[in-house]
Design a protein around this ligand. Sequence first.
Ligand SMILES: Cc1ncc(C[n+]2csc(CCOP(=O)(O)OP(=O)(O)O)c2C)c(N)n1
Ligand code: SF4
Ligand SMILES: [Mg+2]
Length: 289
Amino acid sequence: MSNLVESLSNSKTPNVPNWCPGCGDFGIWSAFKLAAQKKGWDSSNSAIVAGIGCHGHMVNFVQITAFEGLHGRSLPVASGIKMANNNLNVFSFSGDGDSLAEGCNHFVHTARRNHDITLILHDNAVYGLTTGQTSPRSPKGYVSKSTPAGSVEEPLNPLTMAIASGATFVAREYAGNIEQISELLIAANEHRGFSLVVILQPCVTFNHMYTHYFFQKNTYYLDKTHDITNKLHALEKSMEWDLNKIPLGIFYKVESPSYEDQIPVLQSGALGMRNIEVRNISDLYKGFA
Ligand SMILES: Cc1ncc(C[n+]2csc(CCOP(=O)(O)OP(=O)(O)O)c2C)c(N)n1
Ligand code: SF4
Ligand SMILES: [Mg+2]
């Protein structure tokens, strides 16, 4: 716990977080800073990207080179950064709206390609920033200003989708478990390939169903009998969302070449660190005239 206190008191960011008091984003922020301090992540070796949403404010409160892209587009930007400089640790902070609604196609294809990046998915089951509308993670029947009669849609399951799509590290935590999240983020970053870390993140202002109390009461850790290399078991566990029994921990982890590992030109050093050779390509253009 002393590391945690040191990390929180040693915030180097000039900005004060503007999340609502009690928001689960504070836990994710603290855990990330703790992991960054433990592993020495800074702008010399890491980059962070975020989508648009309350989660996206993270880029203002972490002292690491950051890019806040368009809503739903954090993963393509993160993949591009990793391709340009495959020496970097690349983290994408995203929301359930960001990654599972507008950016759902990117979620599937980034997992399929096994890009070597870590996606930290703030799962609050609402569109927080735009004041609490129903999201692809809201449960069926969920009442909000966008579904006043209750949502008629089934929620998406990001863990099942990621495993089925080709992600090679898939895990879940709850935003109150700061030390555990920081260890999980370190493990996810050290894994070579696409790592999804879903964080159950209470939105204390708009989601009065998935509260801190709810997650503290209804979550449990997968134990050693769960074989994280067995895809079928992982899929089965990922689908266990019995409201009194929500598993946390690593669901799936297998070794498989990342996208970047398979691109020959990236094997001889990061593209972004090379001298750029200026070439005259006007003759090439003439071929299309
Ligand atoms: C292209 C585009 N579509 C829609 C929006 C409006 N918008 C901004 S944030 C947001 C949803 C945020 O929800 P989520 O990604 O879950 O993040 P949270 O605020 O819950 O952290 C939406 C729909 C936008 N800014 N840009
Ligand atoms: S609206 Fe919800 S997600 Fe956004 S800062 Fe407030 S509590 Fe957090
Ligand atoms: Mg959300």
